[in-house]
Design a protein around this ligand. Structure first.
Ligand SMILES: [Zn+2]
Length: 362
């Protein structure tokens, strides 16, 4: 399919997190707290406590940034321990939030909120994507743990309803079929009748959600985008999430990415391909540069697909390494490059040569 999907994944942490690097955490607030956010009183646990900002993990898995100096925050310390909401509690909270036009379909790992009477295809898609993700990662030695929260997917009746919700959450994106947002820990998409067309995008976003909920990525530090988006792209083809098939490698190929690579980086543009890999190892700028975005996603796919298929040990090592970095710390260019070379065992130039050879073999 040649259509150009606009890519935008909301994986960056709350913008305020970056200040943590330059500010001393006061640690004044700890343990279970009550606070007001999104118009209601909630409970959660502070992850970082600064004079002007506390980052809180809510019982529903949301990450909130609250200002303890504002009276409307209604901050209060409570006795007792932090406990994530149970699936039953979360389900009734979702019912209250979305009202009687929606139903909440529960599966083993998900609570899927959808307009009434839309059957079970969404629940099946999410559940199959997640199980396929866990199997794929486990097989390659990536550390996968049981998530702490039931995963929530919201299926809006149409794109307008979805964009209304984005507006409420101050999410500024357009022309997407769905997103995963790190702050809400939700996948949001819409059901306007082109299920097979949006399925690839939904599998991409669902892979982000699975990764952040199983500890394959950390929600509290910044993972290089070639890794997070490479994972998203990896899971777009249905064959990647289908555990029961003895699928051939060619079925796991992300055709859209491969087509983009072949037209953007023909043989005579080898130097540009090398440069893209070199740039993406140490920074995320290519993903923010509109004319380069499609290339960025495609090169990220090539890098992760090569590792997953040809060097699964290093594939696991780079994921396990980035997932366990210290939370709330910046990940500088030199450190990213040094980590890459140490974990993968070669420099960008050698890596790029191998990826190119692998792509030629597909
Ligand atoms: Zn993505």
């Amino acid at each position: 399919m040649a259509s150009k999907r606009i890519r935008f994944c909301l994986l960056t942490l709350l913008a305020l997190f970056v200040i943590v690097g330059g500010n001393k955490a006061t640690g004044q607030v700890s343990g279970l707290i009550e606070f007001s956010a999104a118009g209601r009183l909630q409970r959660g646990i502070p992850l970082v406590s600064l004079a002007q900002e506390i980052v809180v993990m809510g019982r529903d898995g949301w990450l909130h940034s609250i200002d303890p100096t504002q009276p409307e925050t209604q901050l209060k310390s409570l006795d007792g321990d932090y406990q994530p909401l149970s699936a039953v509690e979360l389900r009734s909270q979702l019912r209250a939030e979305f009202g009687s036009d929606f139903e909440v379909v529960a599966t083993q790992n998900f609570l899927v909120v959808q307009p009434k009477n839309r059957g079970d295809r969404w629940a099946k898609l999410f559940e199959q994507s997640h199980r396929g993700f866990v199997a794929y990662m486990s097989k390659r030695g990536v550390h996968v743990r049981q998530g702490r929260f039931p995963m929530v997917a919201i299926v809006f009746p149409d794109s307008n309803a979805m964009y209304d919700e984005f507006k409420k959450q101050k999410i500024d994106v357009s022309r997407v079929a769905g997103i995963y947002s790190n702050n809400s820990n939700r996948v949001m998409t819409h059901d306007s009748g082109h299920f097979s067309l949006v399925a690839a995008t939904v599998r991409h976003e669902a892979a982000h959600q699975s990764a952040f909920n199983t500890g394959v990525h950390s929600r509290l530090n910044n993972t290089p985008k070639w890794i997070t988006e490479g994972i998203g792209q990896l899971f777009e083809p249905q064959a990647t999430t289908n555990m029961h098939t003895t699928a051939q490698r060619r079925e796991r190929v992300n055709r859209e990415s491969l087509d983009i690579l072949r037209s953007s980086y023909p043989r005579e543009k080898d130097a540009e391909f090398n440069q893209a890999i070199f740039d993406m190892i140490s920074g995320d700028e290519m993903f923010a540069d509109e004319p380069q975005v499609q290339n960025a996603y495609s090169v990220a796919w090539a890098m992760m697909f090569y590792l997953a298929e040809r060097q699964p040990r290093e594939f696991a090592k780079i994921l396990n390494h980035t997932a366990t970095r210290r939370p709330f710390t910046t990940y500088g260019r030199n450190e990213r490059r040094d980590d890459f070379e140490a974990v993968i065992g070669m420099d960008a130039a050698e890596f790029s040569k191998r990826v190119r050879r692998f792509l030629d073999s597909l």
